[in-house]
Design a protein around this ligand. Structure first.
Ligand code: SF4
Length: 734
């Protein structure tokens, strides 16, 4: 399944340069940025780039005074940031100045995990890695090396590893995050939601958030659009066991029993069908298998859903009618981190089907049809064809996986089946916090002949590496172009705005990937010597130039139609060519062609389901040591229902430990006693409770959800790991 199969490329021509052709646009850019080549290093320079504190890639302008980084703010011409960064992006300055940053290449001195290192030169480090990679290739084949990466910075390492000959390139963003959602939507509409999501939040008249924490989950564009929608009077419906920030904006807040979301979605669809409130014209024109679908949801009455969800039948009916009132400008948000209970692709498919009933796919206020600029790739030689299929998904065990399954690679590394995996590259992802069940990750690492971590900070995973390669932070380096697939076409540049601090022997990822390739005898895949040549070649292929893009950071194309009602031809690249209310693909593989609800597994008496989420000032487990972001939030707290807290004699600010069902005990963590969470669950922000000794500021602050997530349920459709299946008890006075 190709997620970009319907991407509508914008061919660049004189007429398409919305910004370049606009005098007003150029004036705005001139105010915002200077030419980075002008003025040497003295005075104030404002240089355009894009943010990397998370993967959203917001356009930014760095202010550099006399060569010293001063502040970073939004680029007003960037459609993602719209001139405003989120709090984390503003804190990008702290990433540059972080004294705990990795400073020089390291080779392990003692046992894996002991965090004892020898500082080496780049030549020694890369020579060591290349020698072991060549040995693995000779003994086991190139497929025995795998890459785990996150974000646009992994582009060049992926290129080197593809040239080396391995197909085993994975990112936790699939099996530990958005994968079930992408698969559920693909099965229904033939296309994925994408990233950034193709959600037209700003034009939604009714916005439904099912366990989606906009405002805490700080995807900048979406949060700004959410504020616009609320300001425009949109009706907001929030479904969450916890009264989130978004719930505070809601007309209807539904405090659902954890794990019963699919029952609610089926009951909503039942109401829309039985009361004939769905978009009958849209369904008749574009739907496939509607009658079979309607027969399946016939039994899913609000009364049936009530004991499962805890949501009163009249509330289910009222909210379904509210959605129908505003359709097609009703957006049931697909969410992002969707790996909850192991039936997540089917739950996501139910969200897709609900949107289909409301006719919101392809419509204003629903899901737009994204566009992109046509910037050709670099003309590299073809990669060698791997002799073996990917290791993560033997015999199509997960028949609908559209990307590599990280935990499938981990399993193969442990078992040696279907073939051995002997080398891991880990780029910019802290696998100890990203993957469930830390013990399995450690067991896999112990079976490796080579473990390489490339990162900017010494996270837990780097402690398990044989070689640590310190990367320059995003403000000090070029990266791949951002040719975004979005509501309007644009291309953006990340460029260095400052040098790494004095005494830091760090390098950009493109340099490391290229140097490694040269040592592996893969020089033919790097005909360019400096990334500027690479970027300029790509840009010239699109009629642009690096010199011009360095000045503005961004080139925007003219707006294009993005809704069916504005002339975009409805296309649904499913096998039937229609919206698949009933899925023959699923039936053929032995799965429910229409989603069915199964009650979630419950925990032992006296335990609470462990839920986790995001903070608006931190990204995953990657920013807790950033001095500026640490100052905003130094540790997490465990949310405990007020009645439960009283029963345990706890008040806000007291400290407890969390013990999970397998006996894992967290660090001491503050209690937040609140009525804003149901009594059957507790909640913590992800990414805290660091154990890496060299993250001095973050060490031992708060509790780690990752350590407590020892259990997971694998989604049989696509291999995602449902992680909301762990239960904890509260240990008081310890
Ligand atoms: S959402 Fe925030 S952290 Fe992420 S890229 Fe945008 S400004 Fe940076």
């Amino acid at each position: 399944m190709d997620p970009l199969s319907r991407r509508r490329f914008l061919k660049i021509s004189g007429a398409t340069f919305g910004l370049a052709a606009s005098g007003a646009g150029l004036a705005a850019v001139a105010r915002a940025v200077n030419d980075p080549a002008a003025g040497g290093v003295t005075g104030l320079r404002k240089i355009a780039t894009f943010c990397d504190i998370c993967f959203w890639k917001c356009g930014a302008v760095a202010h550099v005074q006399d060569g010293r980084l001063w502040k970073v703010e939004g680029n007003p011409e960037d459609p993602l940031s719209r001139g405003r960064l989120c709090p984390r992006g503003t804190g990008g300055v702290g990433a540059h100045f972080d004294p705990d940053r990795l400073r020089a290449p390291l080779i392990r001195r003692r046992k894996r995990g002991e965090d004892a290192w020898t500082v080496v030169t780049w030549d020694e480090a890369l020579g060591y890695v290349a020698e072991r990679m060549l040995k693995i290739k000779a003994q086991h084949g190139p497929e025995a090396v795998a890459l785990f990466s996150h974000g646009i910075g992994g582009t060049f390492l992926k290129h080197t590893l593809r040239a080396y000959g391995t197909p085993n390139l994975a990112a936790p963003s699939f099996a530990q995050c958005r994968g079930p959602r992408d698969v559920g939507f693909h099965l229904t509409f033939g296309e994925e939601v994408g990233s950034p999501e193709r959600t037209d939040i700003r034009n939604a008249r009714c916005l439904v958030l099912v366990g989606s924490h906009l405002g805490e989950n700080m995807h900048n564009t979406q949060v700004q659009e959410f504020a616009d929608a609320v300001g425009n009077g949109a009706s907001v419906i929030v479904v969450d066991p916890r009264f989130s920030v978004a719930a505070g904006k809601a007309k209807h807040y539904l405090p659902i029993r954890p794990g019963a979301d699919l029952a609610l979605l089926l009951a909503w669809m039942h109401v829309l069908v039985v009361e004939k409130l769905y978009d009958q014209e849209y369904v008749a024109q574009h739907g496939f298998g509607f009658d079979a679908f309607a027969a399946e949801v016939a039994a899913c009455t609000p009364e049936w859903a009530y004991p499962e969800t805890g949501i009163q039948p009249q509330v289910i009916r009222e909210t379904a009618r509210e959605m129908a009132r505003y359709r097609p400008a009703t957006l049931v948000h697909p969410g992002r981190h969707a790996t909850w209970y192991g039936d997540d692709a089917q739950r996501s498919r139910a969200i897709a089907l609900l949107n289909a009933l409301l006719g919101s796919w392809g419509r204003k206020g629903g899901f737009y049809a994204p566009v992109s600029m046509d910037v050709p790739g670099y003309p590299y030689p073809p990669y060698p064809a791997p002799a073996k299929a990917k290791v993560d998904n033997p015999n199509g065990k997960y028949p609908f996986a559209t990307e590599t399954v990280t935990t499938g690679i981990r399993e193969a590394t442990i078992t040696g089946q279907p073939y051995p995996v002997k080398g891991w590259f880990v780029y910019a992802t802290n696998l100890m916090h990203a993957l469930p069940n830390e013990a399995e990750t450690i067991e896999a690492i112990q079976r490796l002949d080579l473990m390489v971590v490339v990162d900017v900070i010494p996270t837990e995973i780097s402690g398990w590496a044989d070689v640590v390669l310190p990367e320059s932070v995003y403000l000090e380096r070029y990266d791949e172009l951002n040719v975004e697939v979005f509501r309007e076409p644009f291309v953006a540049l990340r460029q260095p705005v400052v040098e790494p601090p004095e005494g830091f022997d760090t390098k950009p990822n493109w340099w490391m990937a290229r140097e490694l390739a040269l040592r592996l005898g893969l020089g033919a895949y790097y005909p360019w010597k400096h990334i500027e040549e690479y970027l300029d070649t790509r840009l010239k292929g699109a009629g642009l130039s690096l010199e011009a893009l360095k000045k503005t950071g961004i080139v925007r194309g003219a707006p294009q139609p993005v809704y069916f009602e504005d002339g975009v031809a409805p296309e649904f690249p499913t096998p039937s060519g229609k919206v698949e209310f009933y899925s023959p693909q699923l039936r053929e593989k032995g799965f429910d062609p229409v989603p069915k609800y199964t009650p979630p597994v419950q925990g032992p008496p006296g335990t609470f389901r462990l839920l986790y989420g995001r903070s608006p000032v931190h990204s995953f487990s990657r920013t807790q040591s950033n001095p500026l972001l640490h100052e905003m939030m130094a540790e997490n707290a465990v949310w405990v229902n007020g009645d439960v807290a009283r029963r345990y004699g706890l008040k806000t600010g007291d400290r407890v430990r969390l013990r999970n069902q397998d006996g894992v005990v967290s660090d001491r963590v503050q209690v937040l006693a609140t009525e804003r969470i149901r009594p059957d669950c507790v909640y913590i922000v992800h990414g805290f409770g660091h154990t890496a000794a060299r993250l001095r500021r973050a060490l031992g602050k708060g509790a780690s959800d990752a350590q407590l997530i020892t259990r997971y349920r694998t989604d049989p459709l696509m291999g995602g790991t449902g992680m909301n299946v762990n239960f904890v008890s509260l240990e008081v006075g310890v």
